[in-house]
Design a protein around this ligand. Structure first.
Ligand code: SF4
Ligand code: SF4
Length: 349
């Protein structure tokens, strides 16, 4: 998208090189201003949508325009936007070369039947310059006219004629450039093309390449990918709308209160992960005559966690001395399906 904006505002590569060399006049200033302005807006949008994963995006939108963002929201929007701007606007393939781990492990995933962008040395060599329309055989050369255009267009600056290199980001710019040269020379296209090591060596066509697609590593990778996709779908389908953690108050283990009752103190961490506010009611079970003392419901705004202190009391004769399992049920008042059953330990001294 950054490159698309650049091309729309400043034109194609040759026009951009010209603009780079041109003196800083009103036209250059306008184009540069427009480009950087559009990049900044797009970068801010990526920061905004990232933060929108963690905070309700409609409220974030209102807060953004009324300049009422929280400190973390402000930090992450601008931090992420700054990195998007730097990476996509200015660093680009430097990120692919020096920061992205993919280039480092792609070699492990390749085998002789992997489709990669390759120069055909058998057809291209010996390379050499010649006039347009001269048949390669007539001068004892291959199809490569040694114009270096494939190197000039390569964003990472490599020469694909030296073989597959980890710097190649598979952008295919060299394929298009070389095909244009081949067309000008009236030679067949595809001196640089998508092919495999085996296909080059054994002169296979597309039919044989396709016949070698199904092989053990492809099956294993596909199964892993299918497994991950299923796990993601399952995770999304079973995403809990409500999560509850029961934390014991470590300062007060168990104490006797008025009426001969035993009291344990807990803190219930209630996480509402929906986009709407909900009121939840809490009940407790697991021992005879067990009951809650004090507040037993809590209002939790959208995508927020709140903590509710809970006092649980039982008569002394409800159980023997020691630890007993009890259960908290937390349920949304307006949605019976949104409920959590959590266990905890009750101590009778
Ligand atoms: S663009 Fe094609 S013809 Fe020109 S140097 Fe590269 S491989 Fe050779
Ligand atoms: S595919 Fe792109 S990165 Fe790879 S050699 Fe060709 S132009 Fe360079």
């Amino acid at each position: 998208m950054f490159m698309w904006i650049e091309e729309k505002i400043e034109g194609k590569r040759s026009a951009r090189i010209k603009l780079d060399k041109a003196p800083l006049d009103a036209r250059k200033l306008t184009r540069r201003g427009l480009k950087y302005g559009a990049w900044i807006l797009l970068a801010l949008w990526t920061g905004f949508t990232l933060v929108g994963y963690f905070t309700p995006i409609k409220e974030l939108w209102v807060s953004f325009w009324s300049w009422n963002l929280g400190p973390w929201e402000t930090f992450w929007i601008f931090f992420y936007a700054a990195f998007t701007y730097a990476f996509a606007g200015h660093m680009r393939e430097q990120v692919c070369l020096y920061m992205c781990p993919y280039a480092r492990f792609q070699g492990v995933m390749f085998d002789p039947d992997t489709l990669v962008i390759t120069y055909d040395p058998e057809r291209g060599e010996p390379r050499g310059q010649r006039k347009k329309g001269v048949a390669p055989q007539s001068i004892g050369k291959g199809d490569c006219v040694d114009c270096d255009i494939c190197v000039q267009v390569c964003p990472t600056g490599i020469d694909i004629r030296d073989g597959l290199q980890y710097e190649c980001i598979g952008c295919a710019a060299c394929i298009d450039a070389c095909d244009a040269v081949m067309a000008q020379m009236n030679y067949p296209k595809g001196l640089i093309r998508y092919t495999t090591e085996n296909a080059l060596e054994r002169h296979w066509g597309m039919k044989e390449i396709l016949a070698h697609v199904v092989r053990p590593r492809i099956v294993i990778y596909s199964l892993i990918l299918a497994g991950l996709t299923l796990a993601l779908i399952w995770g999304l389908a079973n995403k809990a709308d409500l999560r509850v953690n029961v934390l014991r108050d470590r300062a007060i283990l168990a104490r006797e209160v008025e009426g001969g009752l035993i009291e344990n103190v807990y803190r219930l961490q209630v996480m509402n992960v929906t986009e709407q506010a909900h009121r939840y009611t809490v009940s407790v079970s697991g021992l005879n005559d067990i009951r809650l003392e004090g507040a037993s419901s809590i209002e939790v705004p959208a995508v927020t966690t709140k903590t509710l202190p809970i006092l649980v009391r039982v008569p002394l004769e409800s159980g023997q001395k020691g630890a007993h399992m009890i259960y908290f049920d937390v349920q949304a008042e307006n949605n019976s399906g949104m409920a959590v059953h959590e266990k905890a330990t009750f101590l009778i001294p």
